[in-house]
Design a protein around this ligand. Structure first.
Ligand SMILES: Nc1ncnc2c1ncn2[C@@H]1O[C@H](COP(=O)(O)OP(=O)(O)OP(=O)(O)O)[C@@H](O)[C@H]1O
Length: 236
C-alpha cells in the first residue's frame, strides 16, 4: 500500500535514514522496531511528508507521493498519529470528531461518526469533555476515531501504547487488530512493546542506525535466537 524506495531522509542537514526499502502491505500490520534513536519515528514521519527527503521515493497505491504535502496525503487516506499532540486538547471530544469530518456533508459525517463511536464506544460517555482531560489511552482512542471519520485507509501509529498501563496497552493492541480485521485498515506501527507488537503483526522491519537490519515476517524476528540482542542493536 505504501512503499519506501531507496529512501535517504532526515532533518535539514542531519541525515537519519539511509537507503531504506520498506513496504507496508494492504490490510496487514507492519511493525518497525529498533533501538532508541534508530529512526523509527523518522520513517513514519517521512512516509507522511514531514521530513526532508534527499533521494529515493515514497509510493502509495502505485502513485509517487514523495513530495506530496501532508494535508494532501491525509486526503489520500493516510493518517499519521504521533505519540503526543494527536488530538486538539482544548476542544471537546465532539468538536474533535467534527473537525475530522469537516470535508464531509452532514449525512456522511453522521454515518462516519456512528462508525467511529461504535468502534470506540468508550468515547460516547466523554463527548462533552475537553480532550485534554482524557487519559492517554482514551486520547489514543479519540485520535484513531478521528482517523476513522476521515476514512483513512492507512494508519501510521507512533508508540500508541507509550505510558499506558499494561492493561490499557493490551486494549489498544486488541483495537489495532480490530481495525485490521473489521475495518480492513492497513497499519504501520512503531512500538516499544516489541514482543506484543510483533505478535499481532504480519511484517517487521528492524532499524539500526537509520538502516534496515532485518526485513521479514514478524514471527521470524520474534523467534530469532538473537531477537533480544538484535532489538538492542547488537547484531553479532
Ligand atoms: N526534528 C528533528 N531535528 C533533528 N534531528 C531529529 C529530529 N527528530 C529526531 N531527530 C534525530 O533523528 C534520530 C532518529 O530519531 P527518531 O525519533 O526517528 O528515532 P526513534 O527510533 O523513533 O527513537 P525512539 O525509540 O527513542 O523514539 C535521532 O538521532 C534524533 O535525535
Amino acid at each position: 500500500m505504501i512503499r519506501a524506495e531507496e529512501l535517504n531522509a532526515g532533518y535539514k542537514e542531519v541525515q537519519v535514514l539511509f537507503d531504506i526499502n520498506a513496504e507496508v502491505k494492504k490490510n496487514q500490520i507492519t511493525t518497525i522496531v529498533g533501538p532508541n534513536g534508530s529512526g523509527k519515528s523518522t520513517l513514519l514521519k517521512t512516509l507522511f511528508g514531514l521530513t526532508n527527503i534527499y533521494s529515493g521515493k515514497v509510493i502509495y497505491k502505485d502513485d509517487d507521493i514523495t513530495y506530496t504535502p501532508p494535508h494532501d496525503r491525509t486526503k489520500l487516506g493516510i493518517a499519521y498519529l504521533p505519540q503526543v499532540d494527536n488530538v486538539f486538547t482544548n476542544l471537546t471530544v465532539e468538536e474533535n470528531l467534527k473537525i475530522a469530518g469537516y470535508t464531509l456533508d452532514d449525512g456522511e459525517y453522521e454515518e462516519r461518526r456512528e462508525i467511529a463511536l461504535n468502534a470506540f464506544p468508550e468515547l460516547k460517555d466523554y463527548l462533552n469533555r475537553k480532550a485534554g482531560t482524557l487519559s492517554g489511552g482514551e486520547r489514543q482512542f479519540l485520535a484513531i476515531a478521528t482517523a476513522l471519520i476521515r476514512k483513512s485507509e492507512l494508519l501510521m501509529l507512533d508508540e500508541p501504547t507509550a505510558q499506558l498501563s499494561p492493561k490499557f496497552a493490551e486494549i489498544i493492541f486488541n483495537k489495532i487488530l480490530e481495525l485490521r480485521d473489521d475495518f480492513r485498515l492497513t497499519i504501520a506501527l512503531v512500538e516499544q512493546n516489541v514482543k506484543r507488537a510483533l505478535e499481532i503483526s504480519e511484517k517487521a522491519y528492524l532499524l539500526i542506525s537509520g538502516r534496515v537490519a532485518f526485513d521479514g515476517k514478524a514471527r521470524e524476528l520474534l523467534e530469532h535466537e538473537k531477537f533480544e540482542r538484535m532489538c538492542m542493536g547488537l547484531l553479532d
